[in-house]
Write a protein that binds this ligand. Structure first.
Ligand SMILES: *Cc1c(COP(=O)(O)O)cnc(C)c1O
Length: 407
């Protein structure tokens, strides 16, 4: 069967492993070499030049130095590119390193220094753009205002869908149309290539914090960008010069994680749907943000742009900030921690943590708590939230009592 006719789950299990049998191995090889033997000065020097300028290894050449090229990282990139329907992918030491390299490469290549960013974005991405640290000037806007925000010196349009932390959905095709000739980067961290293929919808780049669902086990930090071969070369050049390549052990773990990504994603999504529906019945919860609900998906992007709602939920608590604080410290099965996409469930307060650096007018509500649903039985997650709500109510009651006594 030709590789292009394989189904996504099969690609996830086999991509980047095609040559293993011929090598006489079954598991992914892990090359931790920081330096590589050089065939001779001429070929060694030529290899260096090609790799440091973003090219691919030359026949009979050397990997030279692990900041330039690593075969374990390249295998992971090849697999991720297949899943993203991209020509190539380039992997970095974190999601933020991937975003930084993309901003540097695209502004440098075009000689343009302006970026249009659709809010909301992950707090770290928002912070990097707002900081001006890279010499990039950013106009933040809502999805419908992209065309108006464009300037002759706009190098890139950035969006995230579903967006962190409110699960807002953005119509990728509509933003691509509004952006015209300007390349669009989609942060695909929440949807993963299991649910959404931004390049098929006209985006030039699909980016991940690989730390999240791609890794899936909460034990690796990484980032990756899928794009065409020309942009990939520019990203590899930037990565080589600035030194932000993914560590090979992290690439090994990420590649291993890809094999179970589709099955994890579907199971976590099923669990999230059950928990989200239950949350709508709770008096402690004023609003449930979950892309699977019609109210959160006014233009019907779930089922068209992304094949399912994903496994992230955001809730607004009727008791506001105090109830949110109490909930995060009363859960037992959920871990109170930032990050997401792990096989176990996590809970965190975005305004205080992941979105702390965001300017106050764009910060999420103080009453908002974000849930990343793992692979536990959803009944156990609901029971945990129920007991946490009960102790939250007790805590709130005792605060009220103390106030009464003090008064
Ligand atoms: C975590 C995250 C990032 C940043 O990735 P790191 O791996 O933490 O550097 C970017 N975008 C989204 C949507 C994220 O959740």
């Amino acid at each position: 069967m030709a590789p292009t006719t394989l189904h996504p789950d099969t690609i996830a299990a086999h991509a980047g492993r095609e040559d293993l049998a011929a090598l006489g191995v079954h598991a992914l090889p892990l090359d931790l070499s920081s330096t590589s033997p050089l065939p001779d000065v001429e070929l060694g020097g030529l290899s260096y030049e090609v790799l440091a300028t973003g090219g691919l290894p030359i026949e009979g050449g050397s990997n030279v130095y692990a900041r330039l090229w690593n075969p374990t990282v390249a295998r992971f990139e090849q697999a991720l590119a297949r899943l993203e329907h991209a020509e190539e992918a380039v992997a970095f030491s974190s999601g933020m390193a991937a975003f930084t390299a993309t901003l540097l490469a695209l502004t440098h290549e075009s000689g343009k220094r302006h970026v249009v960013a659709v809010r909301p974005l992950y707090g770290g991405s928002d912070h990097l753009l707002a900081s001006g640290l890279l010499g990039v000037e950013t106009t933040f806007c809502r999805p419908g205002a992209v065309a108006a925000a464009l300037r002759p010196d706009t190098a890139l349009v950035v969006l995230e869908t579903p967006a962190n932390p409110t699960l807002d959905l953005v119509d990728i095709r509509a933003v691509v149309a509004a952006a015209g000739e300007v390349p669009v980067l989609v942060d695909n961290t929440f949807a993963t290539p299991v649910l959404q293929h931004p390049l098929d919808l006209g985006a030039a780049l699909s980016m991940h914090s690989a730390t999240k669902y791609l890794g899936g086990h909460g034990d690796v930090v990484g980032g990756v960008v899928a794009c065409d071969a020309r942009l990939a070369a520019a990203l590899r050049r930037t990565r080589a010069i600035t030194g932000s390549i993914l560590h090979p052990l992290a690439a090994y773990l990420l590649h291993r994680g890809l094999g179970t990504l589709p099955v994890r994603m579907r199971a976590q999504q099923d669990g999230a749907r059950a928990v989200a529906e239950w949350l709508t019945t709770r008096p402690e919860v004023a609003a449930v943000h979950f892309p699977g609900f019609a109210a959160c998906d006014p233009v019907g992007l779930v089922g068209t742009q992304q094949s399912g709602p994903g496994a992230m939920i955001a809730i607004e608590l009727a008791g506001g900030y105090a109830a949110a604080v109490s909930l995060t410290s009363s859960v037992r099965l959920f871990t109170h921690a930032v990050s997401l996409g792990s096989i176990d469930s996590l809970i965190q307060h975005p305004a205080a943590l992941t979105h702390r650096p965001v300017q106050s007018d764009a910060k999420p509500s103080d009453a908002l708590v974000r849930l990343s649903i793992g692979l536990e039985d959803p009944a156990d997650l609901m029971a945990d939230l129920a007991q946490a709500f009960a102790s939250t109510t007790d805590a709130a009651a005792s605060v009220a009592r103390d106030v009464t006594f003090a008064g």
